[in-house]
Design a binder for this molecule. Sequence first.
Ligand SMILES: Nc1ncnc2c1ncn2[C@@H]1O[C@H](COP(=O)(O)OP(=O)(O)OP(=O)(O)O)[C@@H](O)[C@H]1O
Length: 247
Amino acid sequence: MLEIKHLTYQVSDDAGAELGILNDVSLTIGENKLVVITGPNGGGKTTLAKAIMGLIRPNGGEILWNGVDITSMSITERARLGISYGFQQPPRFKGLRVRDLLCLAAGRDDLSTEDACQYLTKVGLCAHDYIDREVDTSLSGGEVKRIEIATILARKSGLMIFDEPEAGIDLWSFAKLTETFQAIHARREATLIIISHQERIINLADEIIMIEDGQVAQHGPKEEIFPLILAKTSAGCTYLSEEANKA
Ligand SMILES: Nc1ncnc2c1ncn2[C@@H]1O[C@H](COP(=O)(O)OP(=O)(O)OP(=O)(O)O)[C@@H](O)[C@H]1O
């Protein structure tokens, strides 16, 4: 279970004034739930994910994973506790091959080619073409994104956070990725937090959290929150209004 209590994160602007990015965020995510975080651009979704992973230090509040206070822990300590985060824009690793990254993620030098390839297939990559490629600028944005997601799958974490996994990914790979999320969830293997604006991903959720202006604007079961989001975003669009009425 992930518990976030009164989390705040502030930065100073150029004039030295405090700017609140996360403002008293509290929420609880149950074990093995699939939760989608959505909301307007700049609302604070990535900042919240980075705070959970330890990539930024909050100014106040607490984060507990399975009852353990991780607020002051390093990224490495959180990773050891089984927390993973896939960046919105993943980094590249010149000199490392896809195979090396998967071995590192799985924590095994002896990861078989077959096992490594299975993770790539789950994100819609033809394993044979990619397993020995270097993770450098020769790979497209969508390819790097899928390779990073494959490394998260290889890590077998208890809490997997994906930041806009759909970004830059073609329709075919996106369909494969959606199936993969669904399969992990069906096997109740991990708690999944997916930051997304994509209706097909939102549809996979047990719960939706809407973050707006650094606060939790809505949090509840998909059946309750999705119609509210559709109604809010459909003003002036007849098609979306009809979908909202159907939902
Ligand atoms: N270090 C920082 N300094 C100044 N502003 C910041 C900093 N980090 C985040 N912000 C601002 O905080 C707000 C929230 O950013 P964040 O990336 O969390 O939004 P988001 O909800 O993930 O947006 P998107 O949907 O566009 O990815 C944005 O306005 C961003 O510009």
